[in-house]
Design a protein. Structure first.
Length: 506
């Protein structure tokens, strides 16, 4: 029943602890560990001090017991043996001096275990009192087992001397021999309660003071360390709440170079990436909404005009051509969005085969023949193209070439578009440059391949699209193991070039 209550209390304590903040958990755990360490250290110190005190006290008692035994033997062997009164006075006086010096009870018993001499038998006038029998020590009867060990001269014990004492003593014994015969045994006994407790109390008091000082310092250090450790996590929590509300501006301060600092730096990079993607997403939604709304409004208006007779029959062909152009524009937009969805889902797979990329470029240019003539654009480089066979996904590269040519035509006014193809055994490079444009600034040049990004509309009279074409081009080229680049002087020209491996990988 009691074990069940203890387990229930432990479970409640654990549940309460698990619902605390990370700061409280770290702080409590660190302080608990420090407290347990000091507790173990205190217990170890207590055991060490006890053993040390006992060993030192035993040595002291044994040495004094030997000294008393030697002096007693000398007295009993000298002329004083014929003076019983003088022998007793001398020996008892020696017992008194030694007892007071080492704060112990030193007495002599005969071989049968009866106490015969002690410090209580002599008065302050150096006279034998109490008729030579001490009322205190007369009650002592040394057990035979103790006498047997003491007669060997190796006796030492910490205990109650087989029940002779009511409290624990440290006892040392030494036989007294005269002419090779044991005539008595010296016992030196000291209770462990008095001086031992005072000694241990002083030691533990010093240890407790030092431990409290160390705990106070550790408490402060652990508090500061825990605050510093959990600060980035608290900032991350606040930042994520802001991100959930659509505000991607908060950042977490980074300091140091440990794992937590690396996590914080990665968190900030993630936040910056999310901010860019959110900005691109909003721009994309706005662009797609506009791009879908404009052609659909145009298509719906012209078809309604034809159906209700507002547009004369002789102009129907003209407006149907406009409807066809806007329909193709919608188709390209939907295709780009579908391709982007396939890229993000990992469903866009290569189907490589050998084909002539120069022929693909030539056929693509023919698709833009009318608008090229209309905008008076000069084409250079087509007459120098030679059959150039590569191993790649033809449909995907057609989309890349189409998007690059479409961009070049779109942003060129009374200028020139130059095509260049270079091939080696390892790689093939295709470059499309257009002039007669305002160019692209270096800031925009670094972002033209991002999703949903559209270059400043002020640089062209005919900017259409949702900012997905170059992103898809970059993805397709990288899927082929190649690279794509954009360069511009910011004033006169823009050039897009991509490089892919010429042959199928081994």
């Amino acid at each position: 029943m009691r074990d069940g209550k203890i387990k229930s209390l432990l479970r409640k304590a654990w549940r309460k602890f698990s619902h605390q903040s990370l700061f409280v958990k770290y702080f409590l755990v660190f302080n608990l560990i420090v407290f347990i360490c000091f507790l173990v250290l205190g217990l170890t110190l207590g055991v060490f001090v006890t053993n040390y005190w006992t060993a030192q006290k035993a040595v002291l008692l044994k040495e004094n017991a030997k000294s008393v035994a030697a002096s007693t033997s000398e007295v009993l062997s000298s002329w004083l043996r014929n003076e019983p009164q003088g022998s007793v006075l001398f020996i008892c006086n020696n017992l008194t001096n030694v007892s007071e010096a080492i704060d112990a009870d030193v007495f002599i018993c005969d071989p049968n275990g009866k106490v015969i001499l002690c410090k209580e038998l002599i008065s302050s006038n150096f006279e034998v009192q109490k008729n030579g029998e001490c009322t205190i020590h007369a009650q002592y009867q040394i057990p035979q087992s103790v006498l047997d060990s003491a007669l060997c001269g190796q006796y030492y014990e910490r205990g109650k001397l087989d029940g002779m004492f009511t409290e624990e003593h440290i006892v040392a014994a030494e036989p007294v021999t005269v002419n090779g015969q044991v005539v008595g045994i010296i016992f030196a006994a000291e209770p462990t309660g008095g001086s031992f407790k005072g000694f241990v109390f002083n030691i533990m008091r010093m240890f407790l003071f030092a431990a409290l000082m160390a705990l106070a310092i550790g408490f402060i250090v652990i508090y500061l360390f825990t605050v510093n450790l959990t600060r980035p996590l608290r900032e991350m929590y606040k930042a994520t709440k802001a991100y959930a509300m659509g505000d991607f501006s908060p950042r977490v301060s980074v300091s140091g170079s440990d794992e937590l600092s690396e996590l914080t730096a990665a968190f900030n990079r993630m936040a910056a990436s999310l901010a860019i993607q959110e900005s691109s997403r909003r721009s994309f939604v706005a662009n797609v909404s506009h791009e879908l709304k404009t052609p659909m409004t145009t298509i719906g208006g012209f078809i309604d005009g034809i159906l209700d007779g507002t547009i004369p029959p002789e102009q129907e062909k003209h407006y149907l051509e406009i409807v066809s152009t806007e329909t193709k524009r919608l188709s390209r937009l939907v295709t780009s969005m579908l391709n982007m969805a396939k890229i993000e889902a990992g469903e866009l797979h290569l189907q490589p085969k050998p084909f002539d990329i120069c022929q693909e470029i030539f056929n693509t240019m023919l698709n833009f023949e009318q608008i090229i003539d209309k905008k008076h654009i000069e084409i250079a480089g087509l007459d120098t193209l030679q059959p150039t066979v590569i191993y790649a996904d033809r449909d995907m590269l057609h989309q890349v070439i189409y998007n690059l040519v479409d961009n070049a035509v779109k942003f060129t006014e009374n200028g020139m578009i130059a095509v260049r193809v270079l091939q080696t055994a390892e790689e093939t490079t295709v470059a499309i440059r257009n002039t007669g444009t305002s160019g692209i600034s270096s800031e925009e040049l670094s972002r033209v391949f991002e999703r949903f990004y559209k270059v400043d509309k002020s640089r062209s009279y005919d900017v259409k699209g949702a900012g997905l074409g170059l992103y898809i081009c970059k993805t397709i080229i990288e899927m082929h193991g190649g690279t794509i680049h954009a360069q511009s002087d910011g004033e006169d020209f823009v050039e897009f070039s991509f490089t892919i491996p010429t042959r199928q990988p081994e």
